[in-house]
Design a protein around this ligand. Structure first.
Ligand code: ZZB
Length: 258
């Protein structure tokens, strides 16, 4: 899978992270790095998700920058020309996902320039970077999770205000309007992030509809078909130094067996 790895710079650490990190990153700028297959939706980011039971590392990528992601992702990046020295992994510290919740990060290209790190039950430690950027307008999983958080902030250990953020229309499709994910959640009667089977179905529909029938509503490529805008937005983010190409290790598996 060829992902776009989006650099979400920490604007302000939450209280728990601040204590854990203080004095340990050597003055580097720190970024949570989210892997996405939908760079064209980045205008609609409303928050960032981590798994509270996942262990993350903070990895020095250069003298001036450090990335928050899983060890597995840092290792992949080290072999994809993202870290300064090939194969080198320099972990500055380990931190529990739970401690990252409440941190405020910058969301590149988003209409909401800064967003909160929030908890999601279904973040897989074995996929992408373990950090997910959330676009509730176009991702049913994100929409369902954010709704859970709004309903039960205390249960999820967050401040209600961190999740009190409306989906931003980014893409229009003829059949589902300007907010496909909320429309699917409603028509499929999805109750929460726990409805994983229906959410997988909704995701499939949202991917296909968005890609083949979607038109951009915002940004530099407003009015363009999603199919054409997608690689262009990605390129713009990479040019701006806000994103990188990031591939999953299928490639490594193949090269090992050959
Ligand atoms: C932003 C975004 C906006 C995404 C959207 C999707 C959609 P897939 O299709 O199953 O391969 N993701 C990335 N890493 C993880 C992880 N470790 N655990 C759980 N989810 C993760 O999934 C790729 C998508 O799953 C990624 O693209 C990311 O969310 C999430 F409008 O990034 B996406 C219809 C989907 N729309």
């Amino acid at each position: 899978q060829e992902y776009t790895a989006v650099k979400m710079e920490v604007a302000e650490w939450g209280a728990a992270a601040k204590d854990a990190i203080e004095g340990k990153v050597g003055g580097r700028k720190v970024f949570l790095v989210a892997a996405t297959l939908r760079p064209e939706t980045m205008y609609g980011q409303t928050n960032c998700f981590v798994g509270t039971a996942i262990k993350y590392g903070i990895f020095a990528m250069s003298d001036t920058e450090a990335f928050v992601c899983t060890y597995r992702a840092a290792r992949n990046m080290a072999f994809q020309g993202i870290s300064r020295e090939r194969g080198e992994i320099n972990q500055l510290l380990e931190i529990d996902g739970a401690k990252l919740v409440g941190t405020r990060v910058k969301a590149p290209f988003a209409i909401n320039p800064e967003v909160y790190v929030l908890p999601m039950d279904n973040v897989l430690p074995t996929k992408g970077t373990g950090v997910v950027t959330s676009v509730p307008s176009d991702s049913p999983d994100d929409c369902a999770t954010l709704t859970d958080l709004v309903k039960k902030p205390a249960f999820y250990g967050i401040e209600a205000s961190w999740a009190a953020i409306a989906p931003v229309p980014v893409i229009s499709t003829p059949d589902y309007g300007d907010l496909i994910a909320p429309a699917l959640i409603k028509s499929m009667k999805i109750q929460s992030q726990k409805d994983v089977k229906q959410l997988a179905e909704a995701k499939e529909i949202a991917y296909k509809e968005g890609f083949y029938n979607g038109t951009m509503l915002v940004g530099e490529f407003k009015g363009m078909k999603v199919e054409e805008a997608k690689p262009r937005v990605r390129e713009r983010m990479i040019e701006a130094g806000l994103a990188m190409a990031y591939a999953e290790p299928e490639g490594l598996v193949i090269s090992r067996s050959t």
